[in-house]
Design a binder for this molecule. Sequence first.
Ligand code: M6R
Length: 607
Amino acid sequence: MCGIIGVVSKNNQITETVISSLKRLEYRGYDSSGIAIEENGNILVVKDKGSVDHVLGGIDTTKTSGHIGIGHTRWATHGIPSKINAHPHTDCTGRIAVAHNGIIENFLELRKHLEEKGHRLVSQTDTEVIPHLIEELNNEGMTVEHAFKEALRRCKGSYGVVMIAQDSLHEMICARRESPIVIGVGKNETYCASDITAFLPYTNKVIFLRDGEMAILRPDNVLIERIEDSTVVPQRISTITWNPQMAQKSGFPHFMLKEIHEQPYALRNTLRISNNLIEPFARRINDAGKVILTAAGTSNHASIIGKYMFTHIAQLYCQSVISSEFADIGLNTISDKDVVVAVSQSGETADTLDATKRAKEKGAGILSITNVVGSSITRVSDNVICTQAGPEIGVAATKTFIVQVATLSLLSLELAKLRGTLDYSEIQSMKRSLLDTPRQIESVVKTQEATAIRIAEKYYSKPSFLFLGRGISTATAMEGALKLKEISYTHAEGYPAGESKHGPISLVEPGFPVVFIAPPDETYERLIGNIMEMKAREASIISVCGQADEKIEKLSDDFIEIPGNIPAEFSPIPYVVPLQLFAYYTAVKRGYDPDKPRNLAKSVTVK
Ligand code: M6R
């Protein structure tokens, strides 16, 4: 939630860099935007409710002269989206400016203390206490640097935070606890941000700040310290292999569409993950007492698919628990014999991180699958597999879902080998099918995109949809429904088809759209029964089925064909693609921006 950027440079025109970096962070929140930049030795703040373009688009960046600045794009938690609540926030004098991502839990107590000391706080945010606390400690005689550190020691909760101060405009200071901060080391320019993509066009040399660390950034050097005891921490510069084009639209109207089209590439790269990573990960799962997969949102749907694959392919019983429910469902039974497999595209989702931390406290092994090298989840994990989707900017997860499922597929086959549930030739045959999925997706997009557009144009004004599947396709149906509802604001429910008669069927009246995920697997005949039930109630049937499946096609008002054969266990990989396209084109047809759905953020770092 919220995106932060900071730039300090020997160059004196950083405003353009701050604003364009901020635009690359908008997927983290976009209800308000703001910057604080140096201007003739002062700090100038421009902020308001609205997107970066709306709030900052009018600034003539060629006429600004500062060499240090910070920026923020907001996803509101405390206080409505408004000018006064937009970041950066300043102290009473306007000499200290702070941008923050996270939640200061004891802000009411701190605010009361500061107001008693005569500070004037003007917003409803938790963040505003930080600059005032720094001001107060600075007034008591501490240097700004020391005051920043001491202020954070007094804050409870989470933060990725960056500050600039008028008395030391040669440096900016940032810190993190439970909210990400990455430092970029450029030539005569240093950056800090919530995410690498913010500064990727300028440098691929990064330092992942760890919880409890702060950094003093100057154009040509970085000093990292522990907040708690001021111990200096040695630098750990990594080189990122993502390139700046990966974080741009490359001619597509939206990131989401670009990312759907990139899926074959993302999948190929992920299927190349070395067995040196897959094998020990699978071995930890195999040796465990209980295995619990945990994740949120789309990653939760990948986890459900993982559970199905582990059970079917490797005959390994496991559970999948939504991470925000983990403390209430999964935790009590966990011991040091068990493992928790956390699945998170960003590696920063607070609910999923919390689940791993709690499980770790109980001694469980923590294994994670994430798309972001160096993300918080990697640091609490014993084994990590990094999927190879490249940066995903669209708020709706698409290519990262596909690569999560691919990774879980590789793990299932490795588990089958370890447990002897499939013989060598069966494993090789399934592996060949898996390796063919990138080509299959290419073919789905090439041959079925036009059909997805036509179906979206036909049904876009329908207020409600049911998505139904059986077995592994239930999770595909849930993912199709989530995609549709989150970007097109159309009510949609993903349900096990067999369960629909126990309630959801009462929604159905003539013309009510029901989407069936109908691969030719062992559930096929039973699913046809469900289609008949819906047809009997004059629902409009939209099916995603195998190629030339005349039976399903006859029963459907509209259908999308998936070319080629795929083992049932891997069917979510190609079958989800038309659902992503359908959601995308429905959102566009309804006039919404699919990259920035209202009330959502790419990375949800609050619990
Ligand atoms: O980064 P994560 O995979 O942990 O994120 C989990 C969810 O927040 C995420 O999948 C969310 O549901 C997306 N909006 C789905 O498109």
